[in-house]
Ligand binder design. Structure first.
Ligand code: ATP
Length: 326
């Protein structure tokens, strides 16, 4: 099946201000004029099929949000391309904005506290001319119902709602532009566990009823195991493993994926099975040579220290970037 969304060698680097760079450079032992860029996302090529949920997982700072923002057209890429339904979507355009919407982690920060719920949900659609002011009350009531909220809440302000309810309002706002693709960036991470399950179920219901496709960014493996069809594992801006969710959790190939899974707390596991991941994420200002995971990998060889492994197909539709497979 043709991809709905495809990225080719998508990259984003951030230049640092001189003073910021000087502090960061001395912290990681770099000469001041050696390297002045953070390669937050580095040559990521992947595709998402219509109706699919692709999970994007990795430790904090590995580049997940930067990738999601580029896909949603909020952040321009430094290099590479984005294709949406076969059309070039690398540069932000109104069409791409309508097709791809984003739901953020913190519904306390993402909703303007001075606007009422009806204004929050209807302003973008009115701005884009897809909603007439006279139709707004009915439009808002319908969206509130679709996200499991009482239409009578339309006149209230964000502070009058719980975290889960606010995230439902943020989802209604994203749906107001009738997107085909939704980027969820840690969309349940700030919520209580019981509320997380309700919001995840709402995402799944909306996938069915509206035929939505998702990029689901999360550092929480349990969440991704529940919701995703396929999982991409990101490390220092690169995809190191990608395959279907069952295979990732049953037979992960990359040592980083294996370490993430061993590190993840599981309700059903014995305490002894929990093995915290060794070491810290290296600074993206000064990434290690060779395989970026080699300083934390117990099986690293001399080749891993020198040569960067490519993402290779190690079994049908199972890709991993690890020299140990050769
Ligand atoms: N605007 C920016 N300017 C400079 N550096 C940035 C900027 N945005 C992100 N970065 C850097 O890019 C790298 C990737 O950040 P990003 O937020 O994409 O990671 P993440 O995996 O989403 O982490 P988190 O879950 O903590 O947000 C980090 O080193 C971060 O400090």
């Amino acid at each position: 099946m043709n991809a709905m969304l495809e990225t080719r060698n998508l990259s984003k680097s951030f230049g640092l201000k001189r003073s910021t760079f000087a502090r960061a450079a001395s912290a990681v032992g770099l000469a001041k004029d050696n390297q002045k860029k953070v390669h937050a996302v580095d040559n990521v090529s992947l595709s998402v099929k219509p109706g699919e949920v692709l999970g994007l997982v990795g430790e904090s700072g590995c580049g997940k949000s930067t990738f999601g923002r580029m896909v949603a057209g909020i952040l321009p890429p430094t290099n590479g391309s984005i294709t949406f339904e076969g059309k070039n979507a690398t540069r932000a355009s109104v069409e791409n904005h309508l097709n791809v919407q984003m739901v953020f982690q913190n519904p306390y920060a993402s909703l303007n506290p001075r606007l009422r719920v009806d204004q929050l949900i209807s302003e973008a659609a009115q701005y884009h001319g897809i909603l007439k002011p006279a139709d707004a009350p009915q439009f808002v009531a319908s969206l509130l119902q679709q996200v499991g909220l009482d239409p009578s809440y339309a006149n209230r302000y964000p502070h009058q709602f719980s975290g889960g309810q606010r995230q439902r309002i943020a989802i209604a706002r994203a749906l107001s532009l009738n997107p085909k693709f939704v980027v969820c960036d840690e969309a349940v991470s700030a919520l209580d566990v019981s509320v997380q399950a309700q919001i995840l179920n709402l995402f799944m219901d909306l996938r069915e009823s509206k035929g939505l496709t998702y990029l689901f960014i999360s550092h929480n493996l349990a969440v991704v195991e529940y919701i995703a069809d396929r999982v991409a594992i990101m490390y220092l801006g690169r995809i190191v493993e990608i395959t279907d969710t069952k295979t990732i959790f049953k037979s992960a190939n990359h040592p980083y994926t294996q370490a993430l899974i061993a590190d993840a707390p599981r309700l059903d596991a014995k305490v002894a099975e929990h093995r915290p991941i060794q070491g810290e994420l290296p600074s993206p200002l000064n990434p290690p040579a060779g395989c970026p995971f080699h300083p934390r990998c117990q099986n690293a060889t001399s080749r891993c220290k020198e040569e960067r492994p490519a993402l290779k197909e190690i079994a049908p539709m199972h890709f991993s970037a690890c020299h140990l497979n050769d």
